[in-house]
Write a protein that binds this ligand. Structure first.
Ligand code: PXG
Length: 293
């Protein structure tokens, strides 16, 4: 495996960064997780744009252009002869000293790892996932905005540990005020039906403290195209418990049906019809809507 590191493709064993890198010392950096499907990179521009936005907010100047970074992603896939892959793009503050001061870090570290995608077990998509709400709240946007895809994922990892300790794979994180935000690495959606009206597709608004997921945005667009009433609304656990369907979205996981939350069965307790339709539409999109490399 060849890894892109600061301008060169190096062997995996040579792809190492300094113990003084502030990405490691402080989680001071940003990243993206990108997918390719059968030789097409999905939503590459959106991922690159989000990386630059995250970097801009933390005042980290990415030392190359968007076009050059797009080329790095394409090259990473080509040199490793990958077709269906996962690409991790990372920019850290770079090597500094043992103080927080980012001014001591002269050169950001840029690397890209392309590897085969580790697919989630099939039964997850067929049977659906069971979630629990955990006590660890999602970061308050005023402290560390979840819209920044930073290397500081301890908030999410603490929530994941709680879920694992309780025997579950994923956790629902609430906001400081008790509203539903997202899971540790996926956005959350519900489907509900209002009497006499069509189906509603609802996900929490970003201001409550969620990542503006690229799969989230894609699924919202697919929802509009299939005439769902798509909304960003504050959601409570009660709303989730009483939804017709619930699912999660993320680059790696795509669309995952949720069938139980905190012991409450969701809908029929099986992946719902609308979720399945969106999964199909999403799969179709990945076959056509991508950038060749
Ligand atoms: N919320 C959070 C907190 C995330 O980290 C998403 C939502 C979904 O966003 P996208 O843009 O992917 O639809 C994420 C994404 C990993 C991994 O290695 C994590 C993500 C994506 C890919 C891989 O755990 N997080």
């Amino acid at each position: 495996m060849k890894v892109y590191l600061n301008g060169k493709f190096v062997d995996r064993s040579k792809a190492v960064v300094s113990v003084f890198d502030h990405g490691l010392l402080y989680g001071d950096g940003v990243f993206e997780g990108i997918r390719s499907y059968d030789g097409l990179i999905f939503k590459l521009k959106e991922h690159i744009d989000r990386l630059f936005e995250s970097a801009h907010t933390i005042m980290l100047k990415i030392p190359m252009s968007k076009a050059a970074l797009i080329d790095v992603v394409k090259q990473s896939l080509r040199v490793n002869r990958l077709h269906d892959a996962y690409i991790r793009l990372v920019v850290t503050r770079g090597e500094g000293d043992l103080g927080l001061d980012p001014r001591k870090c002269a050169d950001p570290t840029v690397f890209a790892i392309a590897d085969r995608i580790e697919l989630y077990p099939k039964r997850l998509y067929e049977q659906g996932l069971e979630l629990i709400t955990v006590a660890t709240q999602r970061n308050v946007p005023e402290a560390l905005n979840p819209q920044i895809k930073s290397l500081n994922y301890l908030n999410n990892i603490l929530a994941k540990i709680e879920a694992i300790n309780a025997g579950f794979e994923e956790a629902i994180m609430l906001s400081h005020s008790g509203y539903v935000t997202e899971c540790t690495g996926e956005n959350i959606f519900l489907i509900s039906s209002a009497a006499g009206k069509g189906k509603r597709l609802v996900t929490p608004p970003t201001y409550i403290g969620v990542l503006r997921g690229i799969t989230r945005q894609t699924v919202m667009a697919l929802g509009r195209r299939t005439r769902l009433d798509v909304r960003e609304d504050l959601l409570t656990r009660h709303d989730l418990f009483n939804a017709d369907e619930v699912f999660l979205t993320g680059t790696a996981a795509e669309i995952v049906p949720v069938v139980k939350i905190d012991g409450r069965m969701i809908g029929s307790g099986k992946p719902g019809a609308v979720t399945k339709k969106l999964q199909q539409a999403f799969r179709q999109l990945t076959k056509t809507d991508g950038i060749k490399y």
